[in-house]
Write a protein that binds this ligand. Structure first.
Ligand code: UDP
Ligand code: MG
Length: 319
């Protein structure tokens, strides 16, 4: 039987949400696709009962395929694992915390059928998000869009439908440091957008800490081009130019007033300023070198410890 749609869900500590997610998906998808869809649940090394839950769900429901990672590899890796395992003519990527309403999928499906586009994005507004988070998100998109060549859209996250050709394109991008938000934009294809109201998380906690968000922001900029390196070159050039002007000024002063004792403050300012710029430049270069190092190791993106299709405990897990 051919599968018309694969739903891919990365799960980290989503044990309490999965049952509801399955039910909602079933009531949204069974009417339009009957049994020709599959659900791929990827447990990203959760600390709660997510893995057990996925195994028991997979044992009960034939349309569920579970992958259990050997440890936490991050959402990007979990999505990649799910996409790689998918068989559908189309896929949907969504979060496991019910912030991405399954009831939108039929509309996305229909939109893709009507337009023949390669991607349908479900875009949320930011209602109900904290003020600080909204502010930072806005600033983030400003910054990233100024610094990169691909344009990221606020609210357009990972909740989207991709056609098989778009999935194949995505899987061709084998980089180690995956930044999906950018990869989706990079592969192109005609793209349609559906808007929906923001929903709060059902159970559990968002895995985003401020530190993770900052890392994510840096990733967004550095993954997509080498503009920061160029900016460092400009800063360096500007500094040299200013230094040159200052030397001219000193020579002029010397010519007119003769030698005077040079300023202590100037010396310190130059010392501190220049070493600051040097550290900054080293940091930027280091960021890229680090990425090259990671890429050259060619490690797998994730390790699957249990694949429910071959789960030796299939019967036991169901108990
Ligand atoms: N997630 C994951 N691995 C992680 C962190 C998160 O697979 O290390 C999953 C998580 O289970 C959820 C999705 O990624 O399905 C989005 O995570 P979260 O809800 O914490 O992010 P937010 O909605 O706050 O952006
Ligand atoms: Mg969430």
């Amino acid at each position: 039987m051919s599968i018309r749609l694969s739903v891919v869900v990365p799960c980290y500590n989503e044990g309490d949400n999965l049952e509801k997610l399955c039910n909602e998906l079933q009531s949204a998808l069974d009417p339009i696709l009957s049994k020709q869809w599959e659900l791929i649940l990827v447990d990203d090394g959760s600390k709660d009962h997510t893995a057990a839950k996925i195994r028991s769900l997979a044992a009960h429901k034939p349309y569920i395929h579970g992958l259990i990672f050997s440890r936490n590899f991050g959402k990007e890796s979990a999505m990649l694992a799910g996409i790689t395992a998918s068989h559908g003519d189309r896929i949907v990527i969504m979060d496991g915390d019910l912030q991405h309403p399954p009831s939108l999928i039929p509309e996305m499906y229909q939109r893709m059928t009507e337009t023949g586009c390669g991607q349908v994005i479900a875009k949320r507004n930011r209602k109900g998000d904290g003020f600080v988070r909204t502010l930072f998100s806005k600033l983030y998109y400003r910054l990233v869009n100024a610094l990169t060549d691909v344009v990221f859209e606020d609210g357009a996250g990972d909740f989207r439908m991709l056609s098989r050709p778009a999935v194949d394109a995505l899987l061709q991008l084998g980089e180690d440091n995956r930044f999906s938000k950018g990869l989706f934009v990079w592969i192109g294809f005609p793209t349609e957008t559906i808007e929906y109201e923001n929903v709060s998380r059902e159970a559990g906690q968002s895995a985003w800490t401020p530190a993770k968000l900052i890392n994510y922001a840096v990733d967004g900029v550095v993954s997509f081009n080498v503009k920061p390196l160029r900016i460092v070159i400009y800063i360096g050039g500007l500094t040299v130019f200013l230094a040159f002007l200052y030397v001219l000024f000193l020579i002029g002063q010397w010519a007119i007033y003769g030698i005077s004792v040079p300023g202590y403050i100037t010396t310190i300012a130059v010392l501190v300023g220049l070493s600051g710029i040097q550290f900054l430049a080293l940091g930027v270069i280091g960021e890229y070198v680090g990425r090259i190092y990671k890429e050259t190791k060619q490690r797998p993106h994730y390790i699957v410890a249990i694949d429910t299709q071959y789960d030796p405990q299939k019967g036991a897990a169901a108990l």
